[in-house]
Design a protein around this ligand. Sequence first.
Ligand SMILES: Cc1cc2nc3c(=O)[nH]c(=O)nc-3n(C[C@H](O)[C@H](O)[C@H](O)COP(=O)(O)O)c2cc1C
Length: 319
Amino acid sequence: MSSFRKWRVTRLVLCWIKAFHWTRHYMRQSGAFVRGYNQTASRAWILREAHTVEKGLSLPAVRHFFGRAKIDHLRSEMAASAGTPGNAPAIAVGQSVLGSYVAWHAREGVSDPLTQEVADSLAGRTDVDPDLGGTIAPRPAVGANEQAIYDRLVSTRRSVRNFSPEPVDPALIDEAIALANLSPSVCNRQPWAVAVVQEPDMVRRMLNLQAGNKGFDQTIGTLLVVLADTTAFVEEYELFEPFVDAGIFSGALVNALNVRNIGSCCLNLCVSHKMARKVIRGLGVEERFFPVMMIACGHAAEDCVVPISKRLDVQTFRF
Ligand SMILES: Cc1cc2nc3c(=O)[nH]c(=O)nc-3n(C[C@H](O)[C@H](O)[C@H](O)COP(=O)(O)O)c2cc1C
């Protein structure tokens, strides 16, 4: 056997091992395989079903009494989570969506037993915030000036690999995270979390688990670890969704940092399953979180230069 073939076989085996470990982790930690009540899986179901209903209200031709099964499931998950304080925000969204569903049918002048039952359950309640769920008008078109600013900020962002010792204000990190939190996600499940690491020993420990920071590691004072919450994925076919959603979130986060004049460099976590577990255990977070990438952050050093990182034309297929 040629060494080339050996190399390919080795890679194939490593691929299978990685796929096996990831699938096993997913099966153990994803919401698709939980038995009994699980807080985060229930939260994901509430957000998912509530979103399906509000999505239904936003379609061009809304059908009377649509989504009965979704509403039943939403209500049963809300009831199951009622005693879980951590799920109160999701329940508030669910109640608001149900309120919007009832209000829409009332405006249409129609009712059925389920709509009436939901209406009765909400009647007289003063704690249902109508702004948390339902539909709103899309924002007005942006002007050319706003567009130009956005284009300039996004097109001039580059990965920074030489940070100054000036510490990053944690409040700015929080602002950037809050903005990235508005990223789209499958059925609005928002399955991401971020570990903000600024304690120097912890930053070093985390960087030692990542292979792409050599040469600038000593300048990194703030490290974000983007995590995907695998319990938010409640179907077996959602295997890859943690990476999709947390990836979209990460892109938005990098841009949100950029507009706050915080330089950043994404750091891949294409690591073995063992290494990923070390990241999770090192952070002390639950195993349901899977580390998707790290993001080194800081203010660019005075003598900082960045690679041009020329983009080639995107391959586009038009039909
Ligand atoms: C998921 C991901 C992982 C990355 N990992 C590393 C890394 O380990 N080390 C590094 O120096 N840069 C890393 N980068 C940065 C890329 O090299 C960089 O984004 C790319 O070359 C484009 O350059 P720009 O960010 O300056 O526009 C990573 C980027 C992404 C999106």
